[in-house]
Design a protein around this ligand. Sequence first.
Ligand code: HXC
Length: 515
Amino acid sequence: MDSERDRELERRRQQVRAGGGEARQAKQRQQGKWTARQRLAALFDPDSFQELGMFVEHRSAEFGMADTEAPGDGVVTGFGQVDGRLVYAFAQDFTVLGGSLGEMHARKIHAIQDLALKSGAPIVAIADSGGARIQEGIDSLNGYGEIFRRNTMASGVIPQLSVVVGPSAGGAVYSPALTDFVLMAEGIGQMYITGPQVIKAVTGEDVTHEALGGAETHARKSGVAHLTFPDEPALFAGVKHLLSYLPSNNLASPPAAPAADPDPAAAAQLGNVVPDDPNKPYDVRQVILGLVDQGTFLEVQPGYAQNMVVGFGRLAGRVVAWCANQPRILAGCLDIDASDKLARFVRFADAFNLPLVTLVDTPGYLPGTAQEYGGIIRHGAKVLYAYSEASVAKISVVLRKAYGGAYLAMCSKSLGADLALALPTAEIAVMGPEGAANIIFRSEIERADDQDAMRKRLVAEYRNRFSSPYVAAARQFVDQVVTAEELRPVLISALWALGEKGEDRPAKKHGNIPL
Ligand code: HXC
């Protein structure tokens, strides 16, 4: 390191690493934000990050840009190791022209997207940007379009994660939206199509940046964010945790871990979680916690459409994609948002070789004009499509209620479940006993002197006859009835048995999922 050329290289490196300078970095810190390089350091294993395109410069001369220095053109790109595995990443640097996306900034991102796809490794996009670089006009827009196209080409081939830790406005939100997971930090990341000023001018509504597009909003109301965190250190730990469940690409297996027992308290309670009373609510996450290896359940979109629970969790070390109705919320009904949440998760799991275990306890679709006018037909169909299309190992377990169309939708044998299990508490029927008895025994009930007593008797008769797992088991729509305590070992051996499962689909350009 003592020749003049070496010293010049080091000077240039230092200049780029300084980004937009101390004052702008201090402003970033005051807002509770890390710089682009701190973020990459938090993501990658120590000393493993290799930066590419460090000396890229913009070539814009308009609006005073000829004299404007933009180190690295406002984005840091490269690859490195996360827990020893290859990962590509880019981090926009808000201290350089507000992390705005100009022609060369975009080209750096395209290059890293191309490398990630060619090498079959996940890509993490760290967004902190004022959007299209206004001085560069149409070149910026083209830069976005090329990112969107690459996001789409990589979809289903490599996992794509978006970390939103700053503004992400206008069309810029669509790259995160095209990726598999959006992770946000509270009070730091904001995503919206039109900002508060435009909204005020057009609709007269008053809304803050955070209320409009902050982490809480996207975690609970819009469903855009899959995971949210209180701050950046927690967020980057969360990114690494999520990556630990995902294979590097669609041809690879998810990373295995040593087998572990489930949480002892949850496992001991497993037999008591699902109540006999079909109308009593419970938290289906207690069932999942009693089944998975201790400490491995990562719920995805926990705040959105809470009547559906989806997430990753290990069984004897193997990653499983869990899907479950949540009887604690809306009695576990399927509605528009729950259908979208479930269908997207099932498709992700299928694309990336994650076996699906579906826990069923749903009385049906949520009734009402809001649901019908909102297109529950269209949205509900996504679930049928996603499960039918999925060729990974599919195991369903009916815990309690499984009625009608919702029974079919929740990974029934008819949709291609490889194995359908049921607890003794399962009630599998065309509809709930009350509704069924009221229809098929209407004249008997009307003729009775004591209609209420007659209705109760006939409902009980229907329940005894049809609302059990045994009618379905008699036709092998259920392969095995097991107790809650037997479930974990049965699931582990079933996943082992289905480990080499293969299932072909007819050749086609692509299907037409009802969107
Ligand atoms: C060029 C930009 C910029 C942009 C910010 N800067 N956004 N430069 N193009 N889009 C620069 C600022 O001039 C400033 O430069 C520095 O970044 C920091 O910006 P501040 O405004 O000081 O920061 P802050 O107060 O934190 O406000 C952040 C902000 C605001 C809310 C993001 O900067 C803003 O509203 N920017 C414009 C957003 C926008 O309209 N973008 C275009 C959207 S259209 P100095 O030199 O002073 O540090 C779009 C279309 C995409 O994105 C379509 C894709 C299909």
